[in-house]
Write a protein that binds this ligand. Sequence first.
Ligand SMILES: C[S@@+](CC[C@H](N)C(=O)[O-])C[C@H]1O[C@@H](n2cnc3c(N)ncnc32)[C@H](O)[C@@H]1O
Length: 286
Amino acid sequence: MWPEVVVIARSIKTLILEIVTGSGTSHLREIYLRVVEFRPEVPQHTVRARLSDMSRSESLEEKLNSFGNGFYGPYEENRELCSVVSYPDRGPWGDGSYRGNCSGYLVKVLILRFNCQSVFDPTEGGGTVKDVVAGINHFPRKDIDYEGRDLRLGWDILTGRLPERQFDLVWYHPPYWDIVTYSDDPNDLSNCRSLEEFELKLNRSVERLFQSVKPGGVMAVLIGDKRKDGRYYSLFRSLLSNPNSGELKALIIKLQHKCRSDSVGYHSRNPFLIPIKHEYCLVFRK
Ligand SMILES: C[S@@+](CC[C@H](N)C(=O)[O-])C[C@H]1O[C@@H](n2cnc3c(N)ncnc32)[C@H](O)[C@@H]1O
């Protein structure tokens, strides 16, 4: 005979998996559980998770391999990618304290979706993309070739020698003009004195980087807009009419979280000061 089960109410329980390190908490995954039946004698139903350690004497590598790729949620391909993405945390990759750093989720999705075997990050900053590639290489066991450069490492995107080889993906995350100033180098894109100068250097750098993309490969440019003295600047607009940056295949709007404008509320004196809470990822194909 079946135990008596009474349907009290339908409910969705959320299990949130997080990794907690010295530098804070990173959101790994949310699992939604549709609960349709409760035991009537229990007043509260909670979802609990237990984290268990494996014995050190076991071969950890063998054990991890036996779980297969799907076990590593952060490295699964997101097949539901659409033109709006939102990652409330930046993930466990790169230096979270590097100003203007990006989340690793979108670049990870692009690497997996386009099955990239080689990735070039010319403005490496805090090393987000480097860590994403290292993670993909380690967990889903790939062998992606990575190269990273940056002005702070002594390489200038406007004049420096490009790598000898070409890449499946060039991920370009330039400064958003002068929102964050990275150095006092005159070629630093964050030092441009006008929008015109920024657009000139942005286009020049994109054209140079395009030479580093393999035919059929992808160049993704992550860039935001900015507002200064009440004026709105669309920083990427000139890229859309540049014939030397490839064919625009997608424009992904990425919501921004924890940005400065979070603290800016409604301005009754200037109702046009609508806080900017998104950036763009332009996906070009060569
Ligand atoms: C928005 S940050 C990149 C952040 C990086 N994606 C991360 O997650 O940490 C922009 C980077 O562009 C670099 N940069 C600025 N001008 C440059 C130039 N002319 N050549 C190479 N790198 C440059 C800055 O040093 C800075 O690290």
